[in-house]
Write a protein that binds this ligand. Structure first.
Ligand SMILES: [Zn+2]
Length: 194
């Protein structure tokens, strides 16, 4: 584990909840026999993180019903986590932009598990792969945030704005948390990492 992940882990180790260390509240179930898969193995509650994201479809299975289950971003398909992050036309446009930006082949995913393999591609250096991995996480977060902004604040979906948010948050993360102070915005926008 290197770079920003070391910083993140250091911060988590210091966090306390009601006087109890946060880490002691989490648990690890070794799902694949090697390590804990952030998305697919339970590590904080009894459910996996994938199951806990409160999409309309996930809430419906818990008997929480709020009318239509259609995705608000496209109004065409049921809002599951797979649809929201991978299959929705909004998400697909964003992933295309991410692929273009990171000089990657167009990014297509068949399952949420594929999100965590997106950075393992031919032609990218170790640093670029590591950064692309972080960008994938940021992209998931920004799509989820845009979904919530639409649902709860009626803020219209705008793919270019979401993409710009991803680049801006990624720049701050890489420059400050990753301690790459010399990176300039233009280099970042060209995915020219130094
Ligand atoms: Zn949709």
């Amino acid at each position: 584990m290197t770079g920003v992940w070391v910083s993140i882990v250091k911060c988590i180790l210091k966090v306390k909840v009601a006087g109890t260390n946060l880490v002691s509240l989490s648990k690890g179930e070794v799902g694949n026999g090697m390590d804990i898969r952030f998305w697919l193995d339970p590590w904080a509650c009894n459910d996996t993180l994938k199951e806990r994201i409160p999409t309309l479809a996930a809430l419906n299975t818990r008997n929480c019903r709020f009318g239509s289950l259609l995705c608000g971003m496209c109004d065409q398909h049921e809002e599951s986590i797979g649809h929201l992050l991978l299959e929705c036309e909004v998400a697909m446009e964003i992933w295309q932009k991410i692929g273009d930006w990171c000089k990657e082949q167009p990014l297509f995913f068949f399952s949420t598990t594929d999100l965590f393999k997106a950075h393992n591609v031919e032609g990218l250096g170790i640093k670029e792969k590591s950064v692309l991995k972080g960008i994938v996480f940021i992209t998931c977060w920004c799509i989820w945030k845009a979904r919530n902004d639409l649902r709860f604040a009626n803020i219209t979906i705008n793919v270019d704005r979401i993409f710009n948010d991803i680049r801006s948050i990624g720049f701050l993360w890489y420059r400050n948390r990753g301690k790459h102070r010399s990176i300039m915005w233009n280099d970042w926008c060209g995915f020219n990492l130094r």
